[in-house]
Design a protein around this ligand. Structure first.
Ligand code: HEC
Length: 409
């Protein structure tokens, strides 16, 4: 990914940038590094590279590399999990595909949800704890192996900003039923608010030969929210996952301009309702990532409330007494619909806190929407950017960051 000058970026469509951002690609804008280097993670970003090598990156301080840490627990994972999670295993999730530890390393580190910012939230650790894992037949990670897994995943998480593993909110990849069959993807994994919501489509593999198709055509793509919970989707990206390779987003980014809200009983066709993925391969998995996906007005279920309301009240509320409050508080109906701050100044700003929390990535200020869209130097379309005042933006950032960190449990 070449580093672009600000002028070139300006002429790019907003959507491509959105995609890059949602892919976690770091775009360095010439002469504007003051802000991006100010990020609290203190990592050495700014190469503009889209990663792709999950392996041991150079320049790491002494100590074992993430790959070396993986090698320590790899035999245990293979012993306990491989039978179902190898390529062609009975589980629909071949995150251990590969003949060698090195190949398995590639697969597992690219599998969405495994390498994440907070190691203990990795599906590798959380999923096997569920009583339903593999229909109740599948094992957990043995207790004596868990510490090694956490050490490894933590080391991987430290390297995250440099890789392209993190595609933003996305549904787990699945194997679509081709041949014109109806596929239904449930959105539950995105959070409690999304329970019972789904996206459905017909899938047909095309091109090449039937043994080696080169395209996947999805038709009649429809979105199914539930009653009283409008679902807002911005820029969905269908992504092809070939085991052992990084996710490969729709090459033409078919839905780059999509911004749609779905209600039960309303028109539920996603954009044109159709996409042709020209990067398809036999045996690949399909995932869907979103620049933004949110439930409006949903009575937020357990888990989506704020963890640190006091911190929010003390730091974020005063910092938002600007145009933000005016626009999102009601003056601008569209802004209010997007993030409702009408109760920001309530005695207990629980509702406003939830609204804002839906637009941050807990524990990761740099990836938080409220800091991205208001950043005067980020070319994301948003009406309010502190009138271009970088100092004002930075002051806002300083106030909001501790709360964003505190929201990470
Ligand atoms: C007896 C077969 C079997 C074994 C052994 C097994 N699993 Fe699974 N696993 C499954 C099946 C089937 C699923 C999909 C159904 C489900 O969600 O539980 C699954 C799903 C998963 C998922 C979710 C993948 C995703 O993308 O959503 C993870 C993570 C996982 N297993 C981890 C493990 C780990 C770690 C081990 C070893 C400790 C393991 N599994 C051993 C059968 C197995």
């Amino acid at each position: 990914m070449a580093v672009k000058t600000s002028r070139e970026i300006g002429s790019w469509s907003r959507s491509i940038l959105g995609l890059l951002l949602s892919l976690g690609v770091v775009v360095t804008i010439a002469g504007m590094s003051a802000c991006s280097s100010n990020d609290s993670e203190g990592s050495s970003e700014g190469t503009g590279a889209s990663g792709g090598g999950g392996g041991a990156g150079g320049g790491e301080p002494a100590g074992p590399t993430p790959y070396e840490l993986f090698l320590k627990i790899e035999p245990d994972l293979v012993a306990n999990c491989n039978i179902c999670h190898k390529k062609g295993g009975s589980a629909p999730a071949p995150f251990l595909a590969g003949e060698t530890p090195e190949e398995r390393y590639q697969t597992i580190t690219f599998w969405p949800g495994i390498v994440v910012n907070a190691a203990e939230q990795s599906i590798l650790l959380t999923h096997p704890e569920s009583a339903n894992h593999g229909g109740g037949e599948a094992p957990r990670i043995p207790e004596n192996v868990k510490p090694g897994v956490i050490t490894w995943l933590t080391a991987e998480a430290d390297g995250l900003p440099d890789s392209s593993v993190d595609i933003g909110p996305s549904v787990r990849p699945f194997r679509p039923l081709p041949g014109g069959a109806l596929n239904t993807v449930y959105l539950d994994a995105l959070g409690d608010d999304f329970q019972y919501m789904s996206i459905a489509f017909f899938a047909e593999a095309l091109g090449g030969t039937s043994d080696a198709p080169t395209m996947l055509r999805l038709t009649n793509i429809t979105v199914h929210p539930v009653v009283d919970k409008p679902l807002h989707i911005v820029h969905p990206v269908f992504t092809v996952y070939v085991p052992g390779q990084p996710g490969d987003p729709d090459p033409v980014d078919s839905f780059s301009n999509l911004d749609q809200t779905f209600t039960l009983g309303g028109d539920n066709t996603l954009g044109t309702g159709e996409v042709v993925l020209t990067n398809w391969q036999k045996g690949a998995y399909l995932g869907i990532a979103f620049e933004l996906i949110e439930v409006y007005g949903g009575n937020a279920g357990p888990g989506t409330g704020c963890n640190d309301l006091v911190n929010f009240q003390q730091n974020v509320v005063p910092a938002m007494q600007t145009c933000m409050m005016k626009c999102h508080g009601g003056a601008n109906p569209q802004a209010k619909g997007t993030m409702d701050l009408s109760e920001l100044n309530a005695m207990m700003p629980t509702a406003a806190c939830q609204e804002v929390r839906a637009r941050i990535k807990p524990g990761d200020p740099a990836a938080s929407q409220i800091l991205q869209v208001t950043d005067p130097v980020q070319p994301i379309v948003h009406m309010y950017k502190f009138d271009g005042d970088l100092n004002a933006y930075n002051a806002f950032k300083t106030k909001v960051e501790p709360w964003i960190m505190a929201e990470q449990q």
